[in-house]
Design a protein. Structure first.
Length: 566
């Protein structure tokens, strides 16, 4: 489902915390006993067909439960969905409710119910795939035999991909489905962070892409739509087993041949960039375990799905520094991350220092938390708040850890990196904070912004003639509106704003002359002609006026308020 978990639920493991393995990496093709089995592709095909017949899709589940119960389920409140499923079962629609009860609500289901819902796969087939397990018989009425039930061993939920239609994703059951803290090698499913990354990604068509820290494989689903071959890595064998199961369950929709999986995707077990150290990729995507966790001195106390095993924000620093090394010329990388903000310093000072020389970078901070807020978020994420004493110990550890480095805030956002085609290319590094709501998916808008920046570099910084954008025709972007404010009785507005209705939805303040320039951008005159006309109108014939105005115009192009006429 699209909804159902908060933004912190999806962190991927790509850093070893002490596995003891001597080999840096290995091709993964194992059957892990604590993960779903993907050995029988024919059985997986029957399961996929029956899930489709049952209407176990995003839209199908929404229609089955109704809007109110479905939305409540997305907020983690299962009671309305459970009540509706029981009502539907009593009304003769029991088969459709079985996968919802089993995998979304973690309710016990009988042999008869499973047999009716999955006649082809069968109870034995579901058990063989390690999707269900037998429970102890419950209490029975007098003179009636005790009934045994089957319960889910995984969370298997529908996913409506923007590129491949109806899919299903298996992951570990969450804390709302099974009591107690999560297991330390927990494999996350579709959460807020994974969806944020998927929506943020620019999606160029490439030959080779890398999904670093793949987890259950959700980013690889998307990459397969525009990459000829995907390499997916993780340090967790359980995560790779889940990813392999998900890929094969959805093989037809993802254009995969189950018997030749390696033709399109390679699964590799290994730490950080070790599995691909000698290779190059046109695109790298990573939702790493970037959560900043107090160091306790025992690796067994970290959660591999979210904790990188390094102190502070070192995992993000390491990736930003090293990812350009596996990019082909012109290749790019996108990842999510946290970074520490030390007391009395700008938010970007530390993360700016991560970027190696000679690399294009664009960092957008979307949120900032205090140490107290951060501790609340991540102790609750792993259900550690259910044990009061452990919660107090954990909270104290967070505050002590941040205090030792004078951390007053923790930033969250996205990072884009690009390796220039050559050493002579001009490098551009941009840091900005955007905390207001933006359009989703924003990836296409980010790609357009990069293209505009490259266009500006070609026409300004690298212009051989030195004319810059003076000879170019510009238009106001279709989503841009103008807003003017003035005091009652005033002859002229005191504030003129441009607003974007799409993409990053920026707002910018205009000077009178810049507002006049924008109003004339209908594609009939060049930027230089408009600037010259304004110079005459405002009685500013000096060259400095025109030059400074065009610099401001370039920024409007860079931010997407103005676009080149095609």
């Amino acid at each position: 489902m699209r909804a159902g978990r908060d933004r912190g639920d999806d962190r991927r493991c790509c850093v070893s915390t002490g596995s003891g393995s001597t080999a840096p990496w290995q091709e993964f093709d194992d059957d892990v006993a604590t993960a779903p089995s993907s050995r029988d592709s024919a059985l997986l095909g029957r399961l996929a067909a029956e899930l489709t017949v049952l209407g176990y899709t995003v839209d199908g589940v929404a229609a089955l439960l109704g809007a109110e119960a479905y939305e409540a389920l997305g907020r983690g409140q299962s009671a309305p969905a459970l009540i509706e499923c029981r009502r539907l079962s009593g009304a003769g629609q029991g088969a459709q409710t079985v996968p919802v009860l089993l995998w979304l609500l973690a309710e016990g289901v009988t042999d008869d119910d499973l047999g009716a819902a999955f006649p082809g796969t069968g109870v034995a087939g579901l058990e063989q795939l390690r999707l269900i397990e037998r429970t102890e018989p419950g209490a029975a009425a007098q003179d009636e035999p005790a009934a045994a039930f089957w319960r889910a061993t995984v969370d298997l939920r529908p996913y409506a991909s923007d590129v491949s239609g109806n899919l299903w994703v298996a992951s570990d059951l969450g804390s709302e489905q099974r009591p107690g803290p999560l297991r330390r090698d927990h494999v996350l499913g579709i959460g807020g962070a994974s969806m944020t990354l998927a929506q943020t990604l620019m999606r160029p068509s490439v030959q080779r892409a890398l999904d670093l820290g793949t987890g259950c494989g959700i980013q690889s689903f998307h990459l397969l739509s525009h990459a000829r071959h995907v390499t997916a890595t993780d340090v967790s064998s359980r995560a790779l087993a889940f990813a392999r199961f998900n890929l094969l369950l959805n093989a037809p929709a993802l254009d995969l041949d189950p018997d030749r999986l390696g033709d399109r995707i390679s699964l590799r077990l290994g730490n950080l960039l070790e599995p691909v150290a000698t290779e190059r990729f046109e695109l790298v995507v990573s939702n790493p375990p970037f959560v900043i966790t107090p160091r306790t001195g025992t690796s067994g106390e970290v959660y591999t799905y979210r904790d990188g095993g390094l102190a502070g924000d070192a995992i993000v620093e390491t990736l930003v520094r090293e990812l350009p090394g596996v990019l082909s010329p012109g290749g790019s990388a996108q990842l999510l991350g946290n970074w520490e903000i030390t007391e009395g310093t700008p938010w970007d000072r530390r993360v700016r220092a991560f970027v190696p020389p000679g690399v294009d970078a664009w960092v957008i901070q979307r949120e900032q938390q205090t140490p107290v807020q951060y501790a609340e978020t991540w102790l609750r994420d792993a259900a550690e708040n259910r044990d009061r004493q452990a919660y107090l110990v954990g909270f104290s550890a967070y505050l002590e850890d941040f205090g030792s480095r004078s951390v007053e805030g923790i930033g969250f956002g996205s990072i884009w990196l690009r390796r220039p085609h050559s050493r002579t290319d001009l490098v551009r590094v941009t840091f900005e904070e955007i905390t207001h709501p933006i359009e989703q998916p924003v990836g296409p808008h980010l790609a357009s912004a990069v293209a505009r920046s490259d266009w500006l570099a070609e026409h300004t910084e690298q212009s051989a003639s030195g004319s810059g954008i003076g000879d170019e025709f510009l238009l106001v972007a279709n989503d841009v509106t103008e807003e003017r404010h003035q005091r009652p009785g005033a002859e002229h507005p005191g504030i003129i704003l441009l607003r974007q209705g799409a993409g990053l939805r920026r707002t910018t303040l205009l000077s009178t002359e810049l507002a006049g320039f924008v109003s004339a951008c209908d594609g009939d005159l060049t930027a230089g002609q408009i600037a010259g006309a304004l110079a005459v109108l405002l009685e500013r014939p000096d060259a400095a006026f025109t030059s400074e105005l065009l610099v401001d115009v370039e920024q409007l192009v860079r931010e997407g308020f103005l676009v080149p006429r095609t």
